[in-house]
Design a protein around this ligand. Structure first.
Ligand SMILES: [Zn+2]
Ligand SMILES: [Zn+2]
Length: 356
């Protein structure tokens, strides 16, 4: 089925909130002069503290000193060594174990993309309690810090992109923005500026605070114990295969797929929507991170529930949210209008945009 037909189907489930074209943009097919370059985009959802603040810039000075966190370095090394060994065990796994590991990867990735990212960091749609309970469990399976901490880091990443207050500042190189930022102490600017972010919406959400309170036992159960025990108990997989494939390999794959959004999607790809920011469109990242590689678009329009100009095009997360909307569990999905997107492309794009 052609993508545009699927998109129409997905749009017909419920009313999608459309953010209309800014004044001065492309309206009724006629290009009008743009009187205010910083148009209404920033005013759409002022209640979420994730809007890029270009006025914040690094002070001149020597590069920051690295303070290693040896506990994390050792744990990450052990995890990745275990995952590499897990790869060698895949051919001797039972079919159900591979299927289980794959499903666990998809669900835990959705806990990050549909949960921590599009719902809780950016509030791009609303979710009813059963969906929020599912997403908080899926998020705990992914073990990338609790939703509150993830969202605080992520709002800082958008607001202070490519400065020292951005937790995974891509100006510090591929390795730092990929995993290095988790292996050293946070830059003082991250703590200072991150601490000033408005997180009141998450503090007021009981489910998010519940996860934060019981995060340690929760992640041990959901990320390590459950995925290891199920293949072992339910279909007689060996403990070794369960642990190294369904747990270590699957966890390492989800981590790296997510990290690529911060590293590769800030370094490699075109910038059709805004050439003044570092985030880029990267199809390979979209494939691994279930739809989060349209990253130039996402930083240009962080309030769009699809994190992409398109809906189901290499975007399992949007497909999932649309299915939830069809079931009545997700609603108020915010989508930027085509006119606003085209106006932005014309104003700040790098010229790589292919229309049609
Ligand atoms: Zn980014
Ligand atoms: Zn984001």
């Amino acid at each position: 089925m052609p993508a545009h037909m699927l998109q129409e189907m997905s749009g017909s489930y419920t009313t999608t909130t459309t953010i209309t074209a800014p004044p001065g943009g492309l309206q009724n097919g006629v290009q009008k002069p743009d009187p205010a370059p910083q148009y209404a985009e920033a005013d759409v959802r002022p209640e979420i503290d994730d809007t890029h603040d270009p006025s914040y810039q690094d002070e001149e000075g020597p590069p920051p000193k690295l303070e290693y966190v040896w506990r994390n370095i050792i744990l990450m090394t052990l995890l990745h060594t275990g995952a590499l060994y897990g790869i060698t065990l895949v051919p001797t796994c039972k079919f159900y174990t591979v299927l289980w590991a794959y499903l666990y990867y998809v669900v835990s990735a959705l806990g990050i993309t549909a949960g921590a990212h599009r719902l809780w960091s950016h509030r791009t749609y609303k979710a009813r309690l059963p969906l929020r309970i599912f997403l908080i469990m899926a998020n705990t399976m992914a073990f990338q810090n609790d939703v509150y901490e993830w969202a605080r880091d992520h709002r800082a990443h958008h607001k202070f992109s490519e400065t020292h207050a951005d937790p995974h500042n891509s100006r510090r190189g591929f390795f730092f923005s990929h995993v290095g930022w988790l292996l050293v102490r946070k830059h003082p600017a991250v703590k200072e500026k991150g601490g000033l972010l408005d997180m009141s919406d998450l503090k007021a959400e009981k489910l998010v605070m519940f996860q934060r309170r019981y995060y340690k036992p929760g992640l041990l159960l959901m990320c390590f114990i459950l995925p290891t025990l199920v293949p072992w108990y339910c279909w007689g997989e060996t403990f070794l295969h369960s642990l190294y494939v369904a747990t270590f390999l699957r966890y390492a794959v989800v981590l790296n797929a997510t990290w690529l959004v911060n590293s590769a999607a800030h370094l490699f790809g075109y910038r059709p929507y805004d050439k003044n920011i570092e985030s880029r469109e990267n199809i390979l990242v979209s494939l691994g991170a279930v739809g989060e590689g349209f990253h130039n678009y996402h930083h240009a329009f962080p309030y769009d529930y699809s994190a992409s100009e398109y809906r189901w095009h290499i975007n399992l997360t949007t497909f999932f949210i649309d299915c939830m909307a069809a079931l009545g569990l997700a609603y108020d999905r915010k989508k930027v209008s085509k006119a606003a997107v085209l106006a932005r492309i014309k104003r700040t794009g790098d010229g790589s945009y292919k229309s049609g």
